[in-house]
Every structure is written in structure tokens, then in C-alpha cells.
Ligand binder design. Structure first.
Ligand SMILES: *Cc1c(COP(=O)(O)O)cnc(C)c1O
Length: 399
């Protein structure tokens, strides 16, 4: 693919650069997923069963983790991890001001109070140096997010957690392939929460997985994921003779289906191949945009691994002359889908009203949310798609 661009013919009107709209975060679904879904439908067992167990095992092996439980979303993984942490009302959980709302909502639904910390400007991850000032005697846990797939400084976070007796729950929704100094994301904290939403690096349509470190936690997560039942349906109906179940807790309906695992198993098998393709696209963008008035995303340190989930650039508004929202519009007009990850949490009316938060109290997250945009970065993109994104951004930025 050609990463350079010929800038001699920039049209003033900015019409479509391609016929069809390039959907941001489009999943790459191939024949093996389709065949396995068809086989699952034909087999007649759609719910939680052998394919989910198989996907859990494959995920455990991929992550080198002792326990993995399949769920129906990453949000469910966060919610259950927080519940298993046994938070009491009024307990506080430290998290980042730069994340998807699900991270904060899960804390609320677990009955605890979210406490936001600002981010480091280069990694866009929670700034460990600012955590101490936000600790109180009610702080029980830290919930870092490996933003865009860039690993959080887990050494500093784990040290803080250890010193203050806090649980650590990793939000790994962007970070399936992420590593911090040889340790895999999701295996460093007490829990690792993964999302298989349609735009994520591995997808099941909707879905999630939670890693835990003890059998006790794993059992409780499984119990809570299926109404609090003592036995899942496969064990009740699947093996020839009927067995009664008992309700041991008021649980949730968070179980993963075999239909989802049918997709996920084949997605997971291609996770490294897809990572390489996204890395190549990421590097192409880095070269192509080096001379634009934007701040490019940073590579992870040498002893770490970036998951390349999002390619997020930050506009230098003064030099560029367009606002971020104008650039979003100018990309869409050229038939290129773009994303915003994310408006900082305190920008949303619910949190402002509930907690009296103002975006100005987390200025790095505020500015990141107002000035960045994410470009398409999926393994199914052809070289021509990548070249069109490059050309479209150069045209969109042209004054
Ligand atoms: C996608 C995402 C989630 C939620 O995952 P779902 O599977 O959509 O519930 C949580 N946190 C972050 C950072 C995410 O990007």
C-alpha cells in the first residue's frame, strides 16, 4: 500500500472519495465463522454449552490465565467483577475520566461511587501519579482502562493497590493483545474484563469474557452470570437425565451463547494475524500523516505491546484551521467513517447532574475528548481502503 500522497489535486467541494461508505470498526467475518454458526443452528443447541466452554479454554490458553468465564458483554464482565469484589454502598472505585461510559456505569450498578482521575497526555491512560490525591478511606479498587490498546503503567498501579489494599480490575475492552513488560493485559489485576462487541479486535457480535485468578472468584462469577443457578442449562438438559437446580443468589442473565462462541472461536484463532494487519495499517498512517498539523498516537515502550485497537489522532486546531467536529463531517462527506473515543466522562449530562462534575476538573481528558478522532483500523481493510482514508484526511485538513 502507498502511504505517501500526491497533493496536487485537492478538490474544493469534498465529494465522496469512494462509492460505498467505509464503516468505522466494521468486523471481519470469514467463512469459518459462518460455517460454525450454521453448524450450531443445525445442531440445535444455541445457548451456553460446549462451544462456550471451548472458547473459554481457547481464551485461557491465549492469555495464559487460570480462569476465564464467557459472558454476553464486556459491561457484564466489569459489573460482575465489581460485585465479586464485594463493594459496599459508599465504597469508591478509582477509574479514568477517558473511557466508554460502561466503565463508570458498571461501578454505579455495583453500588459503589466512581472517582475519576485524569490521564497522561501521551498514552491517554489513567495517570498513576494523580491517583494518590484521590484516595480516601472509602477507596476499595482501581479500574484502569488500557486505552486504544496501549498498556497502563501496571507496575505503578499494582504498587499503589498493594500499598493501600485495593483490588485491581482491568478494563481490557481495547486490549486483547496488549502486554505490559511481558505480562498479558487482564492477568495482572484481580480481574481482566474483555469485550467482544462488533467493533472490538475479537468479536462475537455482542459478548465478553472475564479472567480471574482464583477458583472461588471464577465460581462466583459463573453463578452470578446465570441467575445465581447452581447448574447451567447444559448440565441440566444436555446430558440425558434431568437434574434439579437451586438458586443460590439473585444473579443476572449475562451468559454467553454457543451461537456467539461459534463466531468468537474463529475470530480468536486469527487474533495474531489480524493484529499484524492492524499494525501495518497503523504504521502506514503514522508515515502518511507525519507532516500534518496533528499529534500522532505513540507506540508502546519496547518491553510492552500495543493492541492497535484504535488509531486516534489529535488535531492542532490553530495550525489546522478546522475544528474536530468539522473534520468528522468532512470525512463523512467523503464516505469515510470515523469515531470519537471519547468525550470525557464529565461531559455527559447524567454524571454532571449526579456528581456535580465539570470537564474542567480533568483537563487532559477534556481536551483529548474535544480534539481527537479515530480513523478506521480493521484487518479487513484493503490497501485501497487505507489509501482512501489517507487521501480523505489530507483533503479534509486542507485549508
Ligand atoms: C466496548 C467497551 C466496554 C463495554 O463492552 P461491551 O461489550 O460493549 O459491553 C467497556 N469499556 C470500554 C473501554 C469499551 O471500549
Amino acid at each position: 500500500m502507498t502511504c505517501a500522497s500526491d497533493e496536487t489535486h485537492i478538490p474544493a467541494d469534498l465529494g465522496p472519495i469512494r462509492e460505498s461508505f467505509l464503516v468505522f470498526g466494521a468486523p471481519t467475518i470469514l467463512a469459518p465463522e459462518m460455517e460454525e454458526v450454521a453448524a450450531t443452528l443445525q445442531g440445535g443447541w444455541l445457548g451456553t454449552g460446549p462451544r462456550v466452554r471451548h472458547m473459554e479454554q481457547a481464551f485461557r490458553e491465549y492469555k495464559g490465565a487460570p480462569f476465564a468465564a464467557g459472558l454476553n458483554s464486556g459491561t457484564a464482565a466489569l459489573h460482575l467483577s465489581l460485585l465479586v469484589t464485594d463493594l459496599k454502598p459508599g465504597d469508591e472505585v478509582i477509574t479514568t475520566a477517558m473511557t466508554f461510559c460502561a466503565t463508570v456505569n458498571a461501578i454505579l450498578h455495583a453500588g459503589a461511587t466512581p472517582v475519576l482521575v485524569d490521564i497522561e497526555p501521551h498514552s491517554l491512560n489513567i495517570d498513576p501519579a494523580q491517583i494518590e490525591a484521590r484516595l480516601t478511606e472509602r477507596t476499595r479498587a482501581i479500574l484502569p482502562v488500557h486505552f486504544a490498546g496501549y498498556p497502563c503503567r501496571m507496575d505503578a498501579l499494582l504498587k499503589l493497590a498493594h500499598r493501600h489494599g485495593l483490588h485491581v480490575i482491568e478494563d481490557c475492552a481495547h486490549a486483547i493483545e496488549t502486554e505490559f513488560q511481558g505480562q498479558r493485559a487482564g492477568t495482572m489485576g484481580d480481574f481482566g474484563c474483555f469485550s467482544f462487541y462488533a467493533t472490538k479486535n475479537v468479536t462475537t457480535g455482542e459478548g465478553g469474557m472475564v479472567l480471574s485468578r482464583t477458583e472461588e472468584h471464577d465460581q462466583r462469577l459463573r453463578l452470578l452470570s446465570l441467575h445465581g443457578l447452581s447448574r447451567d442449562a447444559w448440565n441440566r438438559f444436555g446430558k440425558g437425565h434431568y437434574r434439579h437446580y437451586q438458586v443460590l443468589e439473585a444473579g443476572f442473565k449475562y451468559n454467553m451463547m454457543d451461537l456467539q462462541a461459534a463466531i468468537g472461536l474463529h475470530q480468536l484463532a486469527r487474533v495474531e494475524e489480524n493484529w499484524l494487519r492492524r499494525k501495518a495499517i497503523w504504521q502506514c498512517y503514522q508515515e502518511a500523516f507525519a507532516d500534518l498539523p496533528v499529534t500522532l498516537p505513540v507506540e508502546a515502550p519496547n518491553d510492552c505491546r500495543h493492541a492497535y485497537h484504535l488509531y486516534t489522532i489529535r488535531l492542532d486546531q490553530e495550525r489546522c484551521g478546522w475544528s474536530r467536529d468539522e473534520i468528522l463531517e468532512r470525512m463523512n462527506r467523503q464516505n469515510i467513517g470515523v469515531g470519537v473515543h471519547y468525550l470525557s466522562i464529565p461531559e455527559h449530562p447524567f454524571y454532571r447532574e449526579r456528581f456535580g462534575w465539570s470537564p474542567d476538573d480533568w483537563p487532559v481528558a477534556r481536551d483529548t475528548g474535544r480534539r481527537t478522532l479515530s480513523l478506521p483500523l480493521t484487518p479487513g481493510m484493503h490497501d485501497t481502503d487505507v489509501e482512501q482514508v489517507v487521501e480523505a484526511l489530507r483533503r479534509a485538513m486542507h485549508k
